[in-house]
Design a protein around this ligand. Structure first.
Ligand code: SAM
Length: 242
């Protein structure tokens, strides 16, 4: 039987007890029906995970002790950053969830020429918090120990200026090259840019090309934005990663 797993924003030190966040304690008590002495796994997003034992538990508080620490086993050696045109509501959640399951290293949500979603101020901050929650849940479920970063949504131009990966691909249905041939055989990382529901405009493509992005396509069919990134990530992981 697989042990329960939870994300904890906490340094993990063998032998050191700590209190679980209230929401995690309530979940372990009421939903998972855990008892003092039960074991579980926690991870703090840095790539390591810890075996913990419950030392005390009541309605609001739980204390656990770290009994062992190890590196996580579910990370891909190929680092993919998904630069994603912000999609509406549940579509964006699905993209974050599935791409996390497929091992994406980081997310950069962008506003582009044809973005249908406008977010600023408090709404943007709330949405970002929600997106990070989706990624945490996907890491818990998919046995990842590294938490992919989700950046605050910014303009396409600002996002391009902040990227550090040199291998850069635009998913564009009108490109000539196939995704599978797009990178050098020894590539260890890449950024994939996926347009929002309305696709990339000529202006967006100009911004991306000026930032050294190269167009690739995923076959002759037009995919929805929530399908395109996931398909490209799966193709690249199977070729360059794990
Ligand atoms: N009419 C839009 C167009 O032609 O760009 C369709 C946009 S599609 C719903 C949203 C995004 O998914 C596109 O901007 C692109 O990044 C990606 N995409 C969809 N199908 C694709 C394909 N066959 N090859 C590469 N990228 C694709």
């Amino acid at each position: 039987m697989r042990l329960n797993r939870a994300y904890i924003d906490q340094a993990l030190v063998p032998g050191k007890p700590f209190d679980l966040p209230e929401a995690v304690a309530a979940h372990w008590l009421r939903v998972l029906r855990m008892r003092v002495g039960d074991s579980a796994i926690v991870f703090n997003g840095s790539g390591i995970e810890a075996d913990v034992v419950l030392r005390s538990l009541d309605k609001r508080h739980a204390t656990v002790e770290v009994v062992a620490i190890r590196d996580g086993i579910a990370e891909s050696p190929f680092r993919i950053t998904l630069l994603q045109g912000v999609a509406r509501g549940e579509k964006m959640d699905m993209i974050l969830q599935k791409a996390t399951e497929l091992g994406v290293h980081a997310f950069v949500p962008v506003f582009s020429d044809r973005s249908e979603v406008k977010l600023d101020g408090e709404r943007a901050a709330k949405r970002l918090q929600h997106w990070r929650g989706v990624v945490v849940a996907a890491c818990e479920q998919s046995w990842r120990s590294y938490l992919p970063a989700v950046s605050s949504p910014v303009s396409l131009r600002a996002a391009c200026a902040a990227l550090d990966s040199r291998q850069r691909l635009i998913l564009d249905p009108e490109a000539n090259d196939a995704t599978r041939n797009a990178l050098p055989a020894d590539a260890t990382d890449c950024v994939i840019a996926v347009g929002p529901e309305g696709g990339w405009s000529a202006l967006d493509l100009g911004v991306l090309q000026a930032a050294d992005f190269k167009g690739v396509r995923l076959g002759p069919r037009i995919l929805r934005t929530e399908t395109a990134g996931i398909a490209a990530i799966a193709a690249l992981q199977s070729h360059y990663g794990d």
